[in-house]
Design a protein around this ligand. Sequence first.
Ligand SMILES: CC(C)(COP(=O)(O)OP(=O)(O)OC[C@H]1O[C@@H](n2cnc3c(N)ncnc32)[C@H](O)[C@@H]1OP(=O)(O)O)[C@@H](O)C(=O)NCCC(=O)NCCS
Length: 180
Amino acid sequence: MAEVAESDSSQPAKARKQSVKIREMTIDDLGDVFHLGERLFEARKAPNTYRAWDEYEVADLFYSDTEYCLVAEHGDEIVGFALGTTINKNRSAWKYGYLLWVGILPEYQRSGIAERLFYRFKSIMLHDGVRILVVDTEADNDAAIGFFKRQGFGNPQEHVYLTMNLDQERQRMKKREQGN
Ligand SMILES: CC(C)(COP(=O)(O)OP(=O)(O)OC[C@H]1O[C@@H](n2cnc3c(N)ncnc32)[C@H](O)[C@@H]1OP(=O)(O)O)[C@@H](O)C(=O)NCCC(=O)NCCS
């Protein structure tokens, strides 16, 4: 911890970057990572990401894939995270690495912290025999797409989410139940 400077958001981005430490996530970081994600994955801007992000997602990933969960720390503050997993397909020699979540505190963005997290993440994946890395994000998340492209990701494939509102049906069902 000694090499980590105290958090000071008035520091210029480059100076802050130098004192940000990338390390493995620990159980004590669970709450901080979850709350940082809550700030980043907003319902209005990123509805699908918002729905998928909850405390169970973070805890499940941490317990099942601890080695693929990294944080960026400045002083005693968690300012970023990268959480992933690997996928092995039966009867296939390919091992996939999946970077499920990456997020940086807004005041710390564009200072290369996600890049440092990704560099560490990729190195762990390489050591674990991963041959293909996968990421996904909302189609209008220009920041994430710009970031992933910069890291070398390509070959984008479209995927469509559809929703169905069950509210009226649920209310009718409740009324029927109350009538019985
Ligand atoms: C995407 C995100 C993680 C990038 O983090 P970051 O720390 O700001 O990224 P870096 O500073 O390491 O950026 C490295 C490079 O990626 C590209 N990049 C990063 N942010 C970008 C943006 N907003 N627009 C376009 N390109 C961008 C640039 O090429 C950048 O290099 P440069 O600053 O020298 O031009 C960050 O914007 C974020 O937390 N977004 C909200 C959460 C999110 O949507 N996560 C992705 C889905 S899980």
